[in-house]
Design a protein around this ligand. Structure first.
Ligand code: HGY
Ligand code: MN
Ligand code: MN
Length: 393
């Protein structure tokens, strides 16, 4: 594990912030994809890149002997993201497969390591884009026409990276191969550290979504325009940001406006337009919807829903089986979205393992997990995979 981790660590890392910028279909992302292919080749696994760009490294033939068991996560990051969110799950999946081989175990079912494309949606705005396309939760034409901040479409970015976007969309051939998905992920919170446990099992993913607030104003001179003559969209943005916090407190939810695009973005120009993206989440859908409505009202704008993830309750039988198998580890909900949640919502049997995060911090260069806890995660994943694949000497 440590060698894989060391190889991956410098890929897409920003020297100034120490954070990662592994955004979909950029050179950094392609370097991660090459890393994945090399690790698959090193183990003699059959590498499959599906029509949506997701990578699968198979030990055994899921078409002949499937459906199989898949362990994986994602390699892309948010802007200035941490080292563990995503990569810990992919590295741990390869390491767990190595553990089975080290113990002389052969799976009774095909086993794969997977890396889902564009889980963060950092460049094109839709989280879990690869798994949403795979399951049909994201329309292919809409996906192809998503644009990044430079106006590059997803289709063009994929083509430039050598991946044909023509056949994006639900992929039943790939889905049929997946009998059970287990995603290991660094915990993005403090539940495990607060109970002193290195590993936990997921119960649910909170409902959450992303909304665009598109605020039009009137461009004008910052110095010569009288206050009473101004139509400054920044004031409505300010109202939205404050309303997001107040509504979140009121409804027991969380709400964030972390991404803003100002046009023309000049120091001495009243903006003509401000676009802001609201991320809202909560244990109860109605609370999330109430937060969005109050933010939209405060900004006097319609909030345009860009993505929505309904609550995911992971398969309770599988959840309890794995919890017992691991000796009664904690079971915890998360407000973070994951590819395992997208596949579970599409009817795939799925589970998640969490590895302790000593500070709970994520989506930050400060994100961290202790080596011993990472190894505990690999041990747990290997135990789970041996069980699920009925591995035998
Ligand atoms: O936004 C999320 O919860 C995940 O990191 N994509
Ligand atoms: Mn993330
Ligand atoms: Mn993640």
């Amino acid at each position: 594990m440590d060698g894989m981790w060391a190889d991956l660590l410098p890929v897409g890392r920003d020297g100034a912030t120490g954070g990662y910028r592994r955004h979909a279909w950029t050179p950094a992302d392609l370097a991660c994809r090459e890393w994945f292919a090399a690790e698959a080749a090193r183990r003699g696994l059959d590498l499959v890149v599906d029509r949506n760009g997701n990578q699968w490294a198979w030990w055994g033939d899921p078409d002949a002997d499937g459906p199989g068991v898949v362990a994986g996560s994602h390699l892309d990051s948010v802007p200035d993201g941490g080292a563990y969110d995503g990569p810990l799950g992919v590295v741990s999946a390869f390491a767990a497969l190595d553990r089975l081989r080290d113990r002389g175990l052969v799976p009774g079912r095909p086993l794969a390591v997977a890396s889902f494309t564009d889980e963060e949606g950092a460049r094109f705005g839709i989280a879990c884009a690869g798994s949403r396309l795979l399951t049909g939760a994201l329309d292919a034409d809409r996906a192809r026409n998503l644009t990044d901040s430079d106006g590059t479409t997803l289709a063009d970015a994929m083509r430039s990276a050598g991946h044909d976007p023509t056949h994006l969309g639900r992929d039943d051939e790939t889905l049929r191969r997946v009998g059970t998905l287990v995603e290991l992920h660094v915990e993005q919170g403090r539940a495990l550290v607060d109970v002193g446990a290195p590993v936990g099992v997921a119960s649910t993913i909170w409902p959450h979504g992303r909304w665009l607030l598109d605020l039009a104003g009137e461009a004008n001179h910052a110095g010569t325009t009288r206050l009473e003559d101004r139509d400054d969209p920044m004031l409505r943005l300010a109202a939205a940001v404050l309303a997001a916090r107040e509504a979140a407190i009121e409804h027991g939810a969380v709400a964030t406006i972390g991404r803003v695009a100002v046009a023309p973005n000049g120091t001495n120009a009243i903006p003509s337009r401000v676009r802001a993206w609201l991320d809202a989440r909560g244990a109860v859908e109605a609370d999330v919807r109430a937060v969005v409505a109050e933010v939209a009202a405060a900004a006097a704008v319609d909030a345009v829903e860009e993505s929505w993830t309904a609550e995911v309750a992971f398969d309770a039988t599988l959840r309890d089986r794995l919890t017992g198998l691991l000796g009664g580890v904690p079971v915890l909900a998360t407000a973070a979205g994951h590819d395992a949640g997208i596949l579970a919502a599409a009817g795939v049997e799925a589970a998640m393992l969490f590895v302790r995060n000593p500070t709970g911090v994520s989506h930050s260069p400060a994100e961290h997990a202790e080596v011993d806890d990472c190894h505990a995660g690999v041990d747990a994943l290997a135990t789970v995979l041996a069980h699920l694949t009925a591995a035998r000497p």
